[in-house]
Every structure is written in structure tokens, then in C-alpha cells.
Design a protein around this ligand. Structure first.
Ligand SMILES: [Zn+2]
Length: 268
């Protein structure tokens, strides 16, 4: 039996990593390999239990935009085996990405999207959660809370109570009962916005469109009772827009450098 303080020391020595783009230092108690394995299983489960959207054009758009984004995040998500799927869930305006590059878009999202840049901003935000290993952090917390995790070389592993399973991954995403993916906490959501706007710009999508997506979400939630930002675990939409506007000059610079700004014109 490892004592708690011993466990913490092990964790600090073995589980530290640096988040891309923001440079934040974070800790993961779960093994990356195990998270990848269980996420792939969880995603396969979802594909079995949920219908893919019959809309071929939507699936193609998601593949096309996802493909361009995955190329510019290669060094931040080197272990990904990318998969992009549109699930048939017209009521859900949402998307998610699991470790290993398993990306699901709920078809309701297409209600609000006007162009590929806006789709890119949603996908880039979700991919940012993966690059920052936010799921690993949440799984570490969940397993530590259960207290059943066995520490091996500083990472939680083993079998029995507290072991990492595909259900634990689905739980971490709020996907174990239905298709209502939950967000992460306020700090992680803002971090994903920060990383995401840089990723979309890097891939040559106009970062200004990210603000329009949040404005759309704000319009939809208008009239519905939401708790004030300081009470909520989620950042408010105005708070998200303010952060994006702060980052915009830098994002526009990255966008210009991407060389994709002008659509090529064929001159005869
Ligand atoms: Zn998010």
C-alpha cells in the first residue's frame, strides 16, 4: 500500500506535462497508453450504440475540415489515429473529441454553422481539449476521488475498483447515458478556446468566425435561465468572447502566416 504523500510525490515526478500553446504545467495520474486504449473502446461503443447521420455532405465537411486541422496539430497530438463522425442527434448542438483523436459531432450543430471556418472553430476547440489532455486530468481526479486507483510508477493502473475503463472515459464526457456531452470546468473551457483559436488560424481558417459561433450559442441560450458566470462551472458566453477578442490580434497574425487567407484565383 502506497501512502498518500508517497503517492503524491510519485505523481509529481511521473505525471507532469506541459500544455501546448498556453504552456501551463499540468499533472496526469493516468497512463497515456491506457487512456488511449480505453478512449478507442469508448468511441467504438458510441459508434455501436448511436446512429451515424445519413447526411453525406455533413460527414464530408467534417472530414475535410478535420483533416486540415489534424495536420497542423501533429506535434501536439502525435499519438492520434484521427476519426471524425457525425452522429444523428438533431437536438444536440455539440461536439466532442476523445484522446487519440476520436471526434464526434452531433448533427444539431449544423443548425448554427454558416461556413467551414465556424465548423473549424468548434472542431479546433474540441481538439484543443485533447492536445491539453483535459480528459486525462479529469480521469485522474475521478479515479483519485474513488480512491481505488493503484499507483504503479506514479500512474494509476491495475484492475478492480478505480481502474481505468472505457465507461470511465464515457463518464468523464457525460456520454455514458445518451448523447449529452458535458463540458469541462471553466479554466479548461477557456484554455480550449485559447488553444483552439490558434489551431484554426494555423490551419488557415478565419479566427474571427469563432466569435460568431459563441454569439450564436448566446442567442440560442437567450431567454433560457442560466446561472451567473461566477456561480457556474462554465465560463459565460460574454466571458468567452472577451477572451477571444483579446487573443484575436495574435490569431490573425497566425492566420495571415498560414498563407490560406486568399482563395487561390486561377488567372488564364
Ligand atoms: Zn469545451
Amino acid at each position: 500500500m502506497v501512502t498518500l504523500s508517497g503517492a503524491l510525490i510519485l505523481a509529481f515526478s511521473a505525471g507532469c506535462y506541459q500544455v501546448p500553446v498556453t504552456g501551463r504545467s499540468a499533472i496526469s495520474l493516468v497512463s497515456d497508453q491506457e487512456v488511449l486504449k480505453q478512449s478507442a473502446k469508448a468511441f467504438a461503443d458510441l459508434k455501436r450504440t448511436h446512429r451515424a447521420s445519413p447526411r453525406r455532405d455533413w460527414n464530408e465537411r467534417v472530414q475535410r475540415v478535420g483533416d486540415r486541422l489534424s495536420k497542423v496539430v501533429f506535434w501536439d497530438v502525435p499519438d492520434a489515429d484521427w476519426e471524425f463522425i457525425v452522429f444523428d442527434a438533431p437536438q444536440q448542438i455539440n461536439a466532442f473529441a476523445m484522446p487519440g483523436g476520436k471526434v464526434g459531432v452531433f448533427s444539431g450543430l449544423f443548425q448554427i454553422l454558416e461556413n467551414d471556418d465556424q465548423l473549424a472553430s468548434v472542431l479546433a476547440h474540441e481538439i484543443a481539449h485533447v492536445a491539453a489532455k483535459h480528459a486525462n486530468e479529469r480521469l485522474s481526479q475521478n479515479l483519485a476521488l474513488q480512491g481505488g486507483g493503484l499507483l504503479v510508477g506514479g500512474v494509476l493502473a491495475g484492475s478492480g475498483a478505480g481502474a481505468l475503463t472505457s465507461n470511465a472515459v464515457l463518464d468523464a464526457y457525460g456520454l455514458s447515458s445518451g448523447v449529452t456531452a458535458v463540458g469541462f470546468d471553466r479554466k479548461k473551457e477557456k484554455e480550449a478556446d485559447h488553444i483552439g483559436i490558434m489551431y484554426m488560424a494555423r490551419a488557415g481558417y478565419n479566427p474571427e468566425e469563432s466569435v460568431k459561433v459563441i454569439e450564436k450559442l448566446e442567442q440560442i441560450s437567450a431567454g433560457k435561465a442560466t446561472p451567473p458566470a461566477w456561480l457556474s462551472t462554465h465560463p459565460s458566453n460574454p466571458e468567452r468572447i472577451l477572451q477571444l477578442m483579446d487573443l484575436m490580434p495574435k490569431a490573425l497574425e497566425v492566420y495571415r502566416q498560414s498563407g490560406r487567407r486568399q482563395t487561390p484565383v486561377l488567372v488564364k
